[in-house]
Design a binder for this molecule. Sequence first.
Ligand SMILES: Nc1ncnc2c1ncn2[C@@H]1O[C@H](COP(=O)(O)OP(=O)(O)OP(=O)(O)O)[C@@H](O)[C@H]1O
Length: 219
Amino acid sequence: MVIQTHDLCKYYGDESNLVKALDKVNLSVDKGELIGIIGKSGSGKSTLLNMLGALDHPTGGSIVIGGEDISKMNDEQLTKMRRSKIGFIFQNYNLIPVLNVYENIVLPIQLDGKKPNNKYIDTILDALEISHKKNSLPSSMSGGQQQRVAIARALANKPEIVLADEPTGNLDEAMGAEVVDMLKFMNKEFDQTIIVVTHDQEVASQMKRVIRVVDGRVQ
Ligand SMILES: Nc1ncnc2c1ncn2[C@@H]1O[C@H](COP(=O)(O)OP(=O)(O)OP(=O)(O)O)[C@@H](O)[C@H]1O
């Protein structure tokens, strides 16, 4: 088991205006799973993904990642765990504007005190068709290209878990298909656990398991 939640809750607001973004979610994710999370806008998909990546604190229940109950970890331990075990692909890229493409990609590896595998990174850049942008700043790139940098960054240290929020959202059909193929390849080849939030039925249909979120509950 890579991730396990027990009655996981995330509530916002107070009694008069309570939003149950996640309500008693029980979910088990095994090593090597390839999961799509689908659901309407506002159903709680991103909140769930953030919880699974220990980016946010639950208001109730528990979550165990890699055998460790994260509610018992302090912020420093959480950061360390995320850096070594989890790759994130966010909807809004979260690239550092003053760093070029290569520097953005290797930053998490360097922060983790490791050496980047440049050959592997070149392979990823090639597959994502951004090799020619290796020394460019994010601001000189299109949204789709920036998203591919974020994808390369998430994959560069072959993390055990990859969490992606709408990874194909800003890409045309061909490039979106390329990214899905890459996620499937990494899942198969390296047994990485991959969880993808998506609106796209075509993307969801290529995952091995699909989880539907309805009003903060998992079905
Ligand atoms: N910081 C916050 N404060 C208050 N309510 C929040 C906050 N973040 C999320 N919510 C609420 O929690 C619910 C779930 O939001 P979430 O972003 O997880 O949905 P989603 O399924 O990812 O939506 P989308 O597909 O539009 O990205 C929504 O009702 C949202 O308004």
